[in-house]
Design a protein. Structure first.
Length: 452
């Protein structure tokens, strides 16, 4: 479901502008202090990313209170300032100046606060005047808490929610527009963005079905607690005014700071591959590929990326030119050339995808991008299949190093691949990425049974 809204761009833009601001400002305030601008700028960038991750500086939502926002700003300023001070004892040639640091921090945060305030009021005014970027919501249940939440949706237009109705299996009145079983159809027909469920009205089986449905259709599911609810560690509690709402925790890869760290790693790793491998491998393979068969050196194919957005995936061409681009290779496939068989066996044909990494369309590690035909065939057939589109596809991935790659011969092949993809997304760590990269390199030298 393509919502077509601008919300996904606001946070990355905010992060980018903050980083650009701090890097542009510092040379003016630390001039004459014998500071190496390159080293100090890199230190400021890394420090800002680390501190913002721990302070959750960019975890600000439309319902976040001003007090919470001020608290985040203060934490960010204090810890970022302490790291700047810590820079000087380790760089003896630099001259410490408490005045320069104080003025720099003051100006930096004044600009950041001013920008965020203007952005907040502009978005609020734009949302109210045009109705754009409102999120369509429904409520399952008709408890007192559910009614209170509905009243908040109606009274706080600045939150940007459009209430579409109640669903209930227990109560019948004019405000109930359907039963629980009717929710999926209603959501798809009315572009619903969020489902709010009363915990005292939904059964475990219904909750499981709704969570699976929301995963498959990119709908956020939240829970309205009752007085006897036991909160799981998998829930995050947010407050709309003083009203508590439970949200299923997002994966680590949804944190803005982790996204920055992963992106920086992707760019650095991709540049190393370009300089150390592709610079000499590309002309060599170009000659071999051209000698054996007519056609381009690179094979380009449309694939679904993050949020199912289309991108062009690059490979070294390993087949004769043919019209079966949506048909995956099989064992002893006659389309595969001799040099193609070698580069496919060693996964060398995938290396040009580091160009996709530099463009920001792929990551070094992530779920491998499938064919569009596979999305159509398995999107509604395999549970949690669409979860893999919550993150960027990868040049390599956990499913691949575990042996679930190549031709899909049975449904179990795809089911096992998706299990590993979802596990990776929900349990990501930087160490896991490093392990997958190392195992990928080992597999290249060993060769893989299903790489044909």
């Amino acid at each position: 479901m393509n919502k077509g809204r601008y919300s996904k761009y606001i946070r990355p833009l905010s992060i980018l502008l903050d980083i650009v601001t701090l890097l542009v400002l510092f040379p003016n305030f630390f001039k004459g202090l014998n500071v190496n601008n390159l080293h100090f700028g890199l230190f400021l960038f890394i420090s800002w990313v680390i501190v913002s991750f721990f302070t959750k500086f960019y975890e600000v939502f439309r319902y976040t209170t001003p007090v919470e926002i001020i608290t985040k700003i203060v934490k960010q300023a204090v810890f970022f300032g302490l790291l700047i001070i810590a820079f000087f004892p380790f760089h003896k040639q630099a001259i410490f100046s408490g005045k320069a640091i104080s003025i720099y921090l003051l100006v930096l945060f004044l600009i950041i606060i001013l920008f965020k305030t203007l952005l907040f009021y502009y978005l609020k005014k734009y949302r109210l005047s045009t109705g754009n970027n409102f999120r369509n919501v429904i409520i399952l249940g008709f408890s007192e808490e559910a009614m209170n939440l509905k009243n908040i949706f109606h009274s706080r237009d600045d939150y940007g929610y459009r209430f579409k109705g109640f669903f209930s299996d227990k109560i019948k009145n004019n405000e109930i527009i359907g039963k629980t079983a009717e929710i999926p159809t209603f959501c798809l027909e009315n572009n619903i963005d969020e489902i709010y469920c009363s915990l005292d009205e939904i059964t475990n089986d219904q909750m499981k079905e709704l969570v699976e449905f929301s995963d498959e259709n990119k709908i956020e599911i939240k829970f309205i607690p009752d007085s006897t609810a036991i909160f799981s560690k998998n829930f995050r509690t947010n407050y709309y005014d003083l009203f508590p709402v439970l949200t299923l925790q997002k994966t680590p890869l949804h944190h803005p700071s982790i996204q920055i760290i992963k992106r920086v790693f992707d760019v650095i790793f991709a540049l190393i591959v370009f300089v150390g491998v592709l610079s000499w491998l590309t002309p060599l393979l170009a000659v071999l590929i051209k000698l054996e068969s007519k056609g381009p050196v690179f094979f380009k194919q449309s694939r679904p990326g993050i949020n199912e957005e289309e991108f062009i995936c690059y490979k070294f061409r390993s087949m004769q030119l043919n019209g079966l681009t949506e048909t995956e290779a099989s064992k002893n496939d006659p389309r595969v050339t001799k040099i193609g068989r070698f580069i496919r066996k060693t996964s060398i044909d995938e290396i040009p995808q580091f160009y996709n990494v530099l463009k920001g369309e792929m990551s070094v590690v992530g779920p491998r991008p499938h064919l569009w035909s596979q999305n159509v065939a398995y999107g509604n057939k395999v549970k949690k299949y669409m979860v893999r589109h919550y993150v960027k596809p990868g040049v390599t991935g956990l499913a691949q190093v575990k042996g679930f790659r190549g031709e899909i011969e049975t449904d179990d092949d795809m089911i096992n691949r998706i299990k590993f993809d979802v596990f990776y997304i929900e349990n990501w760590s930087f160490i896991m990425d490093i392990k997958i990269i190392i195992q990928t390199v080992v597999n290249i030298f060993k060769g893989e049974e299903k790489a044909y």
